[in-house]
Design a protein around this ligand. Structure first.
Ligand code: C2E
Ligand code: CA
Ligand code: CA
Length: 495
């Protein structure tokens, strides 16, 4: 403990000085003063007063100095340099203290939804400014009282402790914070979109152990992120089980590439007018110890751990490698749709690496459709529009996947160099409803007006096929025609 050590050193010095002065004074008074004024009470009293005053002043001065040094050291040790909030060790001390006092409190874990992306896109200096702005927002929130604690836990994670508040009061705090932090941040000429997710836990209801409180709140924050973020999730026991599964998958996924456990399935894309195959979408599969794990489960894990970068490269490379065989066997000129996750797309070298794969495999990029979701586009529209133009110029085709599920992108559609819009399967599956049918019809008309192709996903019934044909949807994809197939079965069925 450096603070304690320094304080001890200074205190010992003070005491030593005090002892030396006292000695000198006694020596002086006995030898000198007493000789000249042997019986003077007044002088004796004066001597005492002067002695006390001087030594008190000196002590006061020295103590003050020691305290200011100590305060500086304490500040350094317990305050976060960047934001000026309490830091991790301070929070741990406070937690230990309030748990010891058995005070009731809520602990909230606040995590940026895509901070890594802000750093990747704009650099760390801008990332730091964003962190400071969010800390100021936290500090300025009117629901936080003097007795509450705001701390920066690590990197882009903050922890707030709210004492003696009801669940409703916590909800009020959370919704005000989500609103305040959802406004874009302007730094020089840049508009930075930034969202946070919050997980909360209650002491002593959820656990009484300090490390578990933080871990549980973190797990709840991760859950909040899963459905697009900008949300709050209250911890419940099942979340721990889920989190353990994620940890397990993350660990195993690391070895999946080298163990060749990943492989591709191909789902045919069908022309509505003649039901002929015009292309395939490649969908990844993970054979883990003989059990096929769905990409819905492991892709988010891969995104979180960063493994999606390697996995994404693998998918594109494998797709390219399989193209000559598929086209030769099926005797058709096809297009090959590949899913691109947000985490891949925002990597600085994404375009360079993607071009390199095309170069290595000698496949014409016009054969590849890169499928990106609406959420990728909306968050950083300027950057995305620029990147998409570069990819288009190189020759790739671009599709918007799961259209209609994200934020409305109508505003950007005309600016985006997009070839294909893929209507999300949730619309296809309720196309029998009047309102859904009207929405699907307007998406299809929009695509026609913008000179884009339109594909409906999740087509499972003849009724859906007929409805989509009537609405002039160009392409269809779904179980009605075919489930995703292994390469062998695809070649066998469509040769
Ligand atoms: P997605 O891109 O929307 O892919 C379509 C999903 O719908 C696939 O699920 C497909 O099997 C399923 N599907 C197709 N037709 C029907 C249908 O008629 N009915 C129903 N109920 N489902 C249908 P899958 O293969 O489980 O993939 C799920 C998601 O995982 C994909 O959704 C995509 O977001 C992601 N994904 C799959 N492969 C990759 C990949 O290589 N890279 C990335 N980044 N994501 C991938
Ligand atoms: Ca897709
Ligand atoms: Ca889709």
């Amino acid at each position: 403990m450096p603070v304690k050590k320094t304080y001890r050193k200074i205190s010992i010095r003070i005491v030593l000085i005090y002892v030396i002065i006292s000695f000198l004074w006694i020596l002086l008074s006995d030898v000198m003063l007493f000789r000249f004024f042997p019986k003077s009470m007044f002088i004796s009293m004066l001597k005492g007063v002067i002695f006390i005053c001087l030594s008190a002043l000196l002590l006061l001065y020295l103590m003050k100095q020691s305290w200011s040094v100590q305060a500086d050291l304490i500040a350094k040790e317990y305050v976060d340099d960047l934001t000026g909030l309490q830091n991790r060790s301070s929070l741990q001390h406070i937690l230990a203290k309030i748990i010891h006092n058995k005070e009731r409190f809520h602990l909230l874990f606040i995590d940026f939804d895509r901070f890594k992306m802000i750093n990747d896109l704009y650099g760390h200096d801008i990332g730091d400014i964003v962190l400071k702005k969010v800390s100021d927002t936290l500090r300025g929130n009117s629901h936080i009282k003097f007795s509450d604690t705001i701390s920066r836990w690590i990197a882009d994670e903050f922890i707030v402790i709210l004492k003696n508040k009801s669940d409703q009061e916590v909800d009020l705090f959370v919704s005000s914070l989500l609103t305040e932090t959802s406004a874009p941040i302007h730094i020089s000429d840049k508009e930075i979109v930034n969202h946070i997710s919050i997980g909360s836990v209650h002491y002593p209801e959820d656990t009484i152990k300090s490390p578990e409180l933080v871990r549980f709140a973190e797990i709840a924050a991760e859950e909040a992120k899963k459905n697009g973020g900008s949300a709050h999730v209250r911890y419940r026991k099942e979340l721990s089980e889920k989190a353990n599964r994620v940890l397990y998958l993350e660990e195993r996924l690391k070895h999946s590439l080298e163990n060749q456990e990943l492989f591709l399935n191909f789902q045919p894309l069908i022309a509505t007018n003649n039901h002929q195959i015009i292309g395939v979408e490649t969908l990844i599969r993970w054979d883990h110890d003989g059990q096929i794990i769905s990409p819905k489960e492991f892709i988010p894990v891969a995104e979180k751990s960063g493994l999606i970068i390697q996995i994404g490269d693998y998918v594109l490379r494998e797709t390219c490698k399989s193209i000559p065989l598929i086209e030769d066997t099926l005797k058709k000129d096809l297009c090959f749709s590949v899913n691109v996750s947000a985490r891949q797309f925002y990597q600085k070298d994404y375009i360079a690496r993607t071009k390199q794969i095309m170069h290595d495999t000698k496949i014409n990029p016009s054969k590849i459709v890169l499928e990106i979701t609406e959420s990728i586009i909306m968050e950083y529209a300027d950057f995305v529009i620029e990147s998409l133009h570069e990819l288009r110029e190189f020759g790739f085709q671009i599709a918007i996947d799961d259209f209609g599920t994200g934020y409305s992108s109508f505003k950007y559609l005309e600016l985006l160099p997009v070839n294909i819009i893929k209507i999300d399967q949730s619309f296809t599956q309720s196309i029998d409803k009047v309102r859904t049918k009207a929405i699907v019809q307007s998406i299809i008309s929009l695509a026609h007006n913008l000179n884009m192709k339109i594909l409906a996903e999740g087509v499972e019934s003849l009724f859906q096929v007929a409805s989509l044909k009537e609405m002039d949807c160009h392409f269809l994809q779904g179980y009605y025609f075919s489930k995703p197939l292994t390469l062998d079965i695809l070649l066998e069925q469509y040769k």
